[in-house]
Design a protein around this ligand. Structure first.
Ligand code: LFR
Length: 471
């Protein structure tokens, strides 16, 4: 055990970054080497990610990282969940679809005609989200699906390009809906009853496992040594974020707040009963076999998409801190942020208006009021889901940790404390990258121990900011 360095690639729905982490028994530091935007494109048949372009940015970032820190001992990759690329003999058959593409509705119909959600839930333990991988695969072009020999989730695809090894990391695989949740193995029966090809799903791999060494050509291009490994991490970004929540899992809830607000508790056993089904909770796979019992709340997406439309209309940037200051002085009605109408890209204010009209709630009038309304609605949805998580998971929740970009939003943190009646502990903002770094560092031997000791290191090096609930 000594201090060492690893590189984390963290791809989010709006931006990606390459980070170097330095870790030792009393050290946890990160340096962001590059940050690049992630700009989905409507191209031909729908909304796609520009993954090849992002891979180029990842390579640039890693090259920079190895130049500055030649001692980097390992690379780990995480991203958002559910989306995949189809390949044949190593070649990508078109850019992956964005999970917000409308085609998923077709897949939901096809799948539910064979298996209703309640039956699926017993097998895969997932909340219903229209974009879960199984619905996307069911909406896929049949010929293309049969032509493909491999399907790889986004971080697995990046890992494959780096190493030539095709595997499915299990925390992210748990979001596909195709894992037999009690066994953490592909559900062959489900795959065949949905008429999907089983052969395209690669062998599973767990966080901490070695995926493989860099391809010699990649190592040369990065200036890295040939034997630098890519290590599997919690490749689902939310799984990595939960690793780095400085919480006591038996007394706290977490909210991993970025584009989405993932609200839940960590438990040791699956929770598959009626209460979880009715509250639409999910059992996603966590690092070290833990279960992330959580619910997807719409998240900062609603705010950032509203701001994006206002900027487009005005032709200039809107300063978010200024907008949030104005929102602090304004009033705003609470609407249901989880309403599916807020899922697709586009103008949010008319959708908020329509929701208010349908529910006899006065509409917000100014941008400050819309902003306040979105923040209040998120805070309420967070408080509600924390209460659900505590009840369903049987956890005596006494505080709420908010990590990710949302932990910097003071109004959101304070209003979540107020509306839940519990203290909110905000930060670290870069929890996902820290979780990625920590799992690699443990595999490399720079730290050791359970998630509890990794979280203790986070708490010692990244003290959260506390918000007390106000009456
Ligand atoms: C967060 C996240 C959520 C997942 C959503 C779609 O970035 O990974 O956990 O439900 O994106 O993949």
């Amino acid at each position: 055990v000594g201090t060492g360095a690893v590189a984390a690639v963290d791809l989010g729905a709006t931006s990606g970054r390459v980070i170097v982490g330095r870790v030792g028994p009393d050290t946890l530091e990160t340096t962001t080497v590059t940050r690049f935007s992630n700009d989905p494109v409507v191209a031909g048949d729908g909304l796609h990610w520009n993954l090849v372009g992002m891979y180029g940015s990842v390579l640039d970032g890693l090259r920079e990282a190895f130049r500055a820190s030649p001692e980097i001992a390992s690379i780990g990759v995480d991203s958002w969940a559910v989306d995949y690329g189809l390949l044949r003999r190593g070649r990508l058959l078109g850019e992956p679809f964005h999970y917000r593409d409308e085609r998923t509705a077709r897949g939901v119909e096809t799948v539910h005609a064979r298996l209703p959600h309640a039956e699926l839930f017993e097998r895969n333990g997932l909340q219903f989200l229209p974009f879960n991988t199984l619905y996307q695969l069911a909406a896929e072009d049949r010929e293309l699906l049969e032509f493909a020999d491999t399907a790889l989730l986004v971080p697995d695809l990046i890992g494959y390009w780096l190493t030539g090894v095709a595997r499915a990391e299990v925390t992210n695989a748990s979001t596909t809906g195709l894992l037999r949740v009690l066994q953490a193995a592909w559900d062959d029966g489900l795959v065949s009853s949905l008429g999907l090809p089983r052969g395209i799903l690669p062998p599973l791999i767990a966080p901490g496992d070695r995926l493989g060494a860099l391809r010699p050509s990649v190592a040369a291009a990065l200036g890295a040594s040939d034997d630098t490994p890519v290590t599997a991490v919690g490749s689902h970004d939310t799984a990595s974020a939960v690793v780095a929540v400085p919480m006591q899992a038996d007394a706290a809830a977490y909210i991993s707040c970025g584009t989405w607000g993932l609200v839940g508790v960590e438990v040791e056993h699956l929770v598959l009963g009626r209460a979880a089904l009715e509250a639409n909770f999910t059992n996603e796979g966590g690092v070290d076999g833990r279960i992330r019992l959580l619910h997807n709340v719409m998240g900062l997406w609603v705010l950032s998409e509203a701001v994006r439309q206002w900027e487009r209309r005005e032709g200039h940037r809107i300063d978010l801190p200024t907008l949030l200051d104005a929102a602090e002085e304004a009033d705003g009605p609470v609407f249901d942020v989880n309403d599916p109408r807020f899922l697709a890209p586009g103008d949010m204010t008319p959708r908020i208006d329509a929701w208010c009209d349908e529910h006899d709630v006065p509409r917000p009038r100014t941008r400050a009021e819309y902003t306040r309304s979105i923040v209040e609605s998120l805070a309420q949805a967070f408080a509600d889901s924390v209460a659900d998580a505590a009840r369903i998971g049987g956890v005596d929740v006494r505080s709420i940790h908010i990590v990710g970009g949302g932990s910097l939003n003071e109004l959101l943190c304070q209003r979540t404390a107020d509306r839940s009646g519990m203290p909110v502990l905000a930060g670290p903002v870069e929890a996902t990258a820290l979780g990625n770094v920590l799992v690699q560092a443990r595999a490399a031997g720079f730290v050791s121990g359970s998630l509890e000791s990794l979280r203790d290191l986070v708490a010692r090096t990244h003290a959260p900011r506390r918000y007390e609930p106000r009456a």
